[in-house]
Every structure is written in C-alpha cells, then in structure tokens.
Design a protein around this ligand. Sequence first.
Ligand code: ADP
Ligand code: GLC
Length: 484
Amino acid sequence: MKCPRVLHVASEMAPLVKLGGLGDVVGSLPAALREVGVDARIVLPAYPGLFERLEAQNLSCAPTGKSVHVALDWRVYSAPLWETSVNNTPVYLLEQPELFADPEVYPRETTPLATLPFAFLSLAALEIPGALEWTPDIFHVHDWPGALVPAALKWHRHYRNRRGDYETVLTIHNLAHQWITTPNALNIWGFVKESFTIEGIEFYGGINALKGGILAADAITTVSPRYAWEIQTPQGGMGLDGVLASCRGKIQGILNGLDYTVWNPETDPLLPAPYSIEDLSGKTLCRKALLQACGWEENDRPLLVFVGRLVEQKGVDILLAAMEDLLSLGTRVLILGSGHPIYERVLQEESRRYQDLLHVHAGYDETLAHLLYAGGDMLLMPSLFEPCGLSQLIALRYGTVPLVRAVGGLADTIIDVDGSPDGNGFLFSDYTPHELRRVVERALSHWHDREQWKIIVRHGMEQDFSWKHSAETYKALYLRLLGN
Ligand code: ADP
Ligand code: GLC
C-alpha cells in the first residue's frame, strides 16, 4: 500500500503560533498521521517573531536554499523556504516579511489587498512541489487561509492546468470565518472570470474564498460528526448550508483528537503538582495554587472555570446574563479569555462587583490555562455553536467536569450524567441563561455527593480522545482519494 504524501496548509500550528484550537490541531494531527504511516508535512507563514520563538524553544531551523515565487496583484512575490521539525514533523516556513508583517496574524480588513498574505500562502503551497524534491499527492488545507489551494486548482489561470496532479482535502474548523471580499480579488489572485458564478466563488455579488474551496475540494471534513450535519442546516450553515448540502457526498465529520504529550496531568510541566486517576492529591494542590493566584481563600465552593476566546460563539452572552445566579448558587467562577473588547470590559466590571466570587483574567496565558484546567472543579462551555471544542476534552483529561451546551463536538463528546451510567459531564440545550443556571444546579446536586463526583471525574479521565482513531480515519480518506 502506498504511503500518502500530504502537505498541510495552515495559518496556525502550536507551539509556534496558536490563537485557538486550530493551532492545537495542526500542531498535533500531522505527527499522529506520521505515526500511522502518512508522510505528513506542514507549510506555515514565518510570522514576525517566529524565528525567535523557534530559537527560544530550542528548535533548529535551516534554509532549504530554495524559494517559491508567486504572481499576485501583477507583481511577483518571492519567499525563501526554511525547514524546521516540530514533533518529528517537517515544517516549511515561508519567509515573506512584506506580506506577513502583522503580529496579529489575521487581517482585520476585508479589502482585496488585505487578502494578499493568505492568497500568497495558498499559491506558494502550490509552488512547493516545483521548488523542493518532495512532492505531495494531497494538499490538506485548513479553513479559509488554505481555501484558495483547491479553488486555484480549479479556477486560477495557471494552476488549473495542474488540477490532475493532486487531490485536495479541506477541513472546516469554523464556518463562521469565510473570507468574503469584493470581485476585484479575482484579478489580484489571477483567477479566471468564469469562476465568478453562483456555482463558483461568487457570493451575493462578492467573493467567498471558503465557498470556492468547498466547491473545488475533492473531500471536505469537519472537526466533529455532528458539526458535519449542523452546517448543512439553515441554523448552522452561516449562509453556506445550501452549498454544503449540495456537496454532502464528499463531506465527512472526523472528531479532533488531543495531544496527550502536551495535555497530561501526570507529566504537565506547567502544573505545580502532577496527578493521575489513581492519585488525585496533586489536583488539590493545583486547586490551592489557582486560588492563591486569584488571591482567594480556600473554602468549599466549587470552582467553575472558563477558558476560551471571548466571542459570541463561546456563549459569553448567556454566561454574563446568568452570572449573578451562578454565584448565588454557591459557586466561584474563574474566567481566562481574550477577544472582543466589550466582553473583556464587561467581565472586568463584573469581577469588581463580585470580588471574592468572580475572577477574570483578560488575555492569553498558556500557563494559567493549564492551571485552570487542573485546579477547576467544573468547566463551563455554554457555546452558541462549537465545531469540535478542545477545552472540554482537556478538562476531561484533567478531571474537571464539563458543563456544556449540546452542540457540535460538545454533543459528540459529553455524555450527560443524568442520562447514562457512563456520564462524564452535563449537557443543556436551549441557549438561555435560565438553562445555563439549571445545568449548574444539576451538576451541584451531584457535586455534594463526593463519592459519586469521583466516579464522574474518573469516567472523564479514563476516556481516550487521542488522535489514534481519527488519524486512521484521515489516512483511510487519503487512500480512498488516491484510489487505494
Ligand atoms: P476555539 O478553537 O474555537 O478557540 P477550542 O476549544 O477548539 O476553541 O480550542 C481553544 C484552545 O485555545 C484550547 O487549547 C484553549 O486552552 C486555548 N485557549 C483559548 N483561550 C485561551 C487563553 N485566553 N489563554 C490560553 N489558552 C487559551
Ligand atoms: C475552531 C472551532 C473549535 C475547534 C477548533 C479546532 O476554532 O471553533 O470548535 O475545536 O477549530 O478544530
């Protein structure tokens, strides 16, 4: 059987650049694929500060001596290719400081010119086979930043001639981001004008890069089976449900895995004390350290933690609306997140109001995140929608019981304690503060029975959400595309 050669095209990859779960996935899936016999590699932009971060992490990085050249906006942009290895996976870095100048990674504007950096990423990825001796059979692209790879193989005046050379897989991590711009982008990218149709990349008179990628890709995956179904409905389709439903034959939901070499309370170097299912005493020490970090005294109130981007998707609206109720039930709440300035501000105001009961840390802090997962008693994840979610998987591993809304990957991974003897958490359905309060009430009724709570914790910690199974599923998909 052939060993598929797969180039992952992505905008994030932990630990080099991570803004959310996409970084976790691209930082761990390719390594898991290599373990099951796939020659997986990654191409990533060399963002400002990335070479310094590599050095700080003692990762060596060398020039390949080769460059890629891409025509965009009627000029040629070149990028020397660097090579490093992360988790035993080759990573190619594109050094193009003129286009990748923004330390924030993603553009805030939607003008055609603002599309240049990620249009470059996709087209540069297509130049890698000519520049290096290694040639992929498959381009596996992640979300909108890679969507122009399949789209270009169909509609770019030059790359469409190479369509037969490669298969393409597009993984949708989050349909909320589609990369919509004005029609002039087609000129800038070099796409043929026939692409500007309703069966093509056109979208309500503008251009939708993700739509183009969806239509052009040979296979589409989403990061949980339930999300694969949700995005084909008007409620979950973000305007693309019709397009996605028309492609249903090539859509498959494959649940994300977790990198247990990073997320393991027995070995996690960021925790003040390790612990395991057999011996949870270290978790109590982590709880103490967490309380200390907030300047709080120890007491019996359960600690409800939230780690996530402060955006509408994560359910911050109902969390805020339910906050007073949750605290009045006898809990304490700890929030770590960054995102929308309004959410950050209102949460900070609330934390001043409930000083001893609500602590908010606005910002991105990897070490504190590990401490919250370890020191918390319950994880709140009241998401409006959630393609997969990694936070609940981390919480399970760290013995922190997830309280989640039954959507997307949350519904696929959390089993309600009140509905099954194998329960590992608590689910609620309606997106209302009232339902959030009720799920916390239900969880508290179990929390007070400490012996039963230990069983729930154990169920979560024992579960295996590693990449093993999903990596095999991706491999089977690659082999199918290659005709094996
Ligand atoms: P999403 O990708 O939608 O943000 P996920 O649950 O898939 O949600 O993944 C989020 C990842 O980002 C997790 O690893 C989580 O711990 C991490 N994370 C989110 N916000 C922060 C933060 N403020 N500080 C540290 N880590 C964070
Ligand atoms: C997205 C989704 C999240 C998912 C992550 C990794 O950011 O919001 O649910 O876990 O991608 O696939």
